[in-house]
Write a protein that binds this ligand. Structure first.
Ligand code: FES
Ligand code: MG
Length: 577
């Protein structure tokens, strides 16, 4: 950007609060002085909001309190005034009934924090699953220059010489325990070894997927998303982000200038090459709608067919995010993908992607595989359509047992999570490995909040017989750390009367991952009869956030954003009286 188009101090948004000579500005400045600040701290300087999702109950962000100090150091070095603004922390394992219920809450909070305060540019700090899309959705809608500081993955887990991966190994050893192969003592040891530093899940879960997508979109410094949370490089990246955001304010480098349709395509390619979480589809659609970029599920499917999985990271692969960093990190993976990416896209550095990736190199080709020898040629995600999911559903073929990618079997259907959870523990359950487990009422409105119930547990009697995968169908989501032949996000959801609501035990369900189809073998007449007899379940909430959520949340194919938050209609700057 040329110097002539750079902002001047009087153009700053914060100037309206602090720079003018009137009664209100006197009040604003006297309140800055209350902090011990002087004009030298603010006059003519960009005010940088640091929206920090640190909390004492979110271990994924446990280091962000001190890391904010590194961001501030960078902001000060570059001549800005850093102000930390705490925002709701969505600890994925802790927040109930589902952190997804609050993603839009965080998005609204981030947007309105920025709008209502004298902020010129923002550093967004987070990384645990819903935090990344929540913060980015809010920042996109507000439109100020923004840079994302990913929390970074935690270190590898350890137990008796084994390397443990977040989530994935919890499920694995839980099944071993249910099958009677490990006892209470071993289970406790695993509990102490699986999460041994601050940071986000270190498998290719939603956190690693979404932070990579943020980088793929151009919203982080290059390489930022792969740095382990506790590595000294992480603090240096935080400080560098603080320095960079100050210049982004002067350059007026807003998300709107970064988030082109090509940037979203690049991010989807990154998602596929990472073998990323299915959750990313929902979040990317929501982010694109905020940015005014048309994006539907078909685009994911089209890109999945072109881009193989290169990241050999669990659950689809072998290694963990710490290894991925040592192998060169996301820059190296994007370097491998170079020919498939739009290299003219600019990110927060202002440089075209081609320049950013110039000397990117893979150091461990077993961890970041070359295009000629991918982890899986089947794309990371398949979008299936059919009479059971007229608006689509998704699955992750590389994480499923190959024999189940084309399958037809009788349904074993459950109306609620509790009924399903009780049934699968019964020794006399009438179920075979060919059955298709079906869970209803787990969608955006039904869950509520579309919980990560999609990896329905394999019935205990089958686990004991050695069965480790079955076809499972639901309108829920699934943790990115999960695996198996799980068909997710069935849309529209059963709670609002989607065809999933009409499935009965014994109906035959056919899926074909390659053919991208899902079919309920029940005649039209019978379906019409069931539809006429169907009554909607009672609403979950009479008041409060839940009622607002239920009234406004969209379906999975719409990104589960609120109807009134989508789009790019301008919101007026607040009056200052
Ligand atoms: Fe926070 Fe997995 S629980 S990233
Ligand atoms: Mg998760």
């Amino acid at each position: 950007m040329t110097t002539s188009s750079r902002k001047r101090p009087d153009d700053l948004r914060s100037h309206r609060w602090f720079g003018v000579s009137d009664l209100r500005a006197f009040g604003h400045r006297s309140r800055l002085r209350q902090f011990g600040y002087d004009a030298a701290d603010w006059a003519g300087k960009p005010v940088i909001g640091i929206v920090n999702t640190w909390s004492e109950i979110n271990p994924c962000h446990g280091h962000l309190r001190e890391r904010a100090a590194d961001v501030k150091r960078g902001v000060l070095q570059a001549g800005g005034l850093p102000l930390e603004l705490p925002a709701m922390s969505l600890a994925e394992p802790i927040v109930k009934p589902s952190a997804m219920l609050y993603r839009n809450f965080l998005a609204m909070e981030a947007e309105e924090l920025l709008r209502s305060h004298p902020i010129d540019g923002v550093v967004l700090m987070g990384g645990c699953d819903k935090t990344t899309p929540g913060l980015l959705m809010g920042a996109i809608s507000m439109g100020l220059p923004a840079i994302f500081v990913p929390a970074g993955p935690m270190l590898r887990g350890h137990w008796r010489g084994e390397t443990l991966g977040s989530g994935s190994d919890t499920w694995k050893y839980w099944d071993e325990k249910r099958a009677g192969r490990i006892g209470e003592d071993e289970w406790r040891e695993i509990e102490g070894g699986i999460a041994r530093s601050f940071g986000t899940c270190m498998v290719m879960g939603t956190a690693a997927t979404m932070t990579a997508i943020a980088e793929g979109l151009g919203l982080t410094l290059p390489g930022a998303s792969s740095i382990p949370a506790v590595d000294a490089s992480h603090a240096r990246m935080a400080a560098a982000s603080g320095r960079r955001i100050v210049d982004m304010v002067w350059e007026d480098l807003t998300p709107a200038r970064i988030l082109s349709p090509a940037a979203f395509d690049n991010a989807i390619r990154v998602h596929m090459a990472m073998g990323g979480s299915t959750n990313a589809i929902i979040h990317l659609v929501a982010m694109a709608r905020r940015a005014g970029v048309p994006l539907d599920m078909a685009r994911f499917d089209a890109i999945a067919r072109e881009i193989p999985v290169l990241a050999n990271v669990r659950p689809s692969g072998q290694w963990l995010m710490e290894d991925f960093y040592y192998a060169g990190g996301l820059r190296a993976l994007m370097g491998e993908l170079r020919d498939a990416l739009d290299l003219s896209c600019i990110g927060v550095t202002g440089q075209p992607l081609g320049a950013v990736l110039k000397d990117a190199r893979v150091h461990r080709p077993d961890v970041i595989r070359p295009l000629s020898d991918p982890v899986s040629r089947a794309g990371a995600t398949a979008v299936l359509i059919g009479n059971l999911a007229p608006r689509g559903c998704v699955m992750k073929p590389p994480a499923a047992a190959p024999r189940l990618l084309k399958h037809c079997g009788p349904a074993l259907a459950f109306d609620s999570f509790d009924a399903m959870a009780r049934a699968v523990e019964r020794d006399d359950l009438d179920v075979t490995p060919d059955h298709v487990l079906v869970l209803k009422n787990a969608g955006p409105k039904g869950g509520p909040g579309m919980p990560e119930w999609g990896m329905l547990p394999i019935p205990k009697k089958l686990v004991q017989a050695g069965v480790r995968d079955m076809v499972r169908v639901s309108d829920a989501r699934m943790s990115g750390t999960s695996y198996g032949a799980c068909i997710l996000h069935v849309c529209p959801e059963s709670f609002v009367g989607g065809p999933l609501a009409l499935v009965e035990t014994g109906d035959r369900i056919e899926i074909d991952a390659d053919g991208r189809s899902i079919h309920l073998h029940v005649g039209e007449e019978e379906l019409a009869r069931r539809r006429a007899a169907w009554t909607p379940p009672p609403p979950h909430y009479a008041r409060g956030w839940g009622a607002m959520y239920s009234a406004h949340v969209g379906q999975a194919d719409e990104g589960c954003d609120f109807d009134f938050l989508q789009g790019t209609a301008p919101t007026a700057e607040p009056e200052i009286h």
